[in-house]
Write a protein that binds this ligand. Sequence first.
Ligand SMILES: Nc1nc2c(ncn2[C@@H]2O[C@H](COP(=O)(O)OP(=O)(O)OP(=O)(O)O)[C@@H](O)[C@H]2O)c(=O)[nH]1
Ligand SMILES: [Mg+2]
Length: 327
Amino acid sequence: MATAAEPQKVQLNGYVGFDTITTQIEKKLLKRGFQFNVIVVGQTGLGKSTLINTIFAAHLIDSKGRQSVEEPFRQTTEIQTVSHLIEENGIRLRLNIVDTPGYGDQVNNENCWEPIIKYIKDQHSAYLRKELTAMRERYIQDTRIHCCLFFIAPTGHALKPLDILVLKKLSEVVNVVPVIAKSDSLTIEERLAFKQRIKAELAHNNIKLYPYDSDELDQGELDLNQSMKELIPFAIVGSEKNVVIDGKAVRGRRNKWGVIVVENENHCEFVHLRNFLTRTHLQDLIETTAQIHYEAFRSKQLLALKESSARQEQPQPAQPSSQGGVI
Ligand SMILES: Nc1nc2c(ncn2[C@@H]2O[C@H](COP(=O)(O)OP(=O)(O)OP(=O)(O)O)[C@@H](O)[C@H]2O)c(=O)[nH]1
Ligand SMILES: [Mg+2]
């Protein structure tokens, strides 16, 4: 007989149905849709604006940048954000793409990365402020940058000191995925050697890039990340124009000596990059941003806030009061 202290065992007869929770979550998530924010960073003229238009096909920057494909290329002169709602098989993805002006062509390039870092931190700050308000929104609009595509010039030599500096700063605040821009200018051997060189330099300078190793990953995920780490930096080619091959229009670049087809895996690694961003790591990029980069920002800001309010509570000698507003 069960005593009063013992919890009574309830016999679960048959099917209760809590295994449908995944379907319930899925339904809710699908209704809400997903938000993904990408930023492109790199020295000037490396094809950042072009790649954005290549990855997400339709001419996404049309509204603020080029009006048509025929228009000459314009240098990006300010940080521009373009939002798009994409739908695939009933799944909605709200995409924010942040195009930045190329850096590195000034006489003095000191602190040229600051506006970009500030932009990324401002998004964290805006999110935190919304999170801390008493009547916070049910779903906070997320503008935090989930992925930074960093463009490396296809010099075939080494990373420039400025690139190393910028990569270091960026990797502290955002998931960074480096790419070798305009890789059609490198031969197969040069591309391979350049990749190895970049990897060695990144390791030497202790630059931690996405994807990160974690105890939470299972073997399959670890293997996938390992194969991605071998591919990164993706050697890419971008093009806004279609070329007709065998009667089919494809994204490509026509040269005197032939056509390079952007989506052909034998020509470049554009498809690998797109799969990485959309098919295999989209959710993880979003999660990692919240769990690692935003969390670090948040705890730093909240600690600073606590310290400043503790200081204000202490009896102060007659002094002008310090300004709050750490966030
Ligand atoms: N060969 C080659 N040229 C490219 C590639 N991608 C872009 N270009 C060309 O490079 C030039 C500059 O491209 P943009 O996309 O404007 O470069 P950007 O990095 O946005 O330049 P900024 O806005 O000045 O920083 C254009 O003439 C493009 O056609 C590529 O993969 N290979
Ligand atoms: Mg540009």
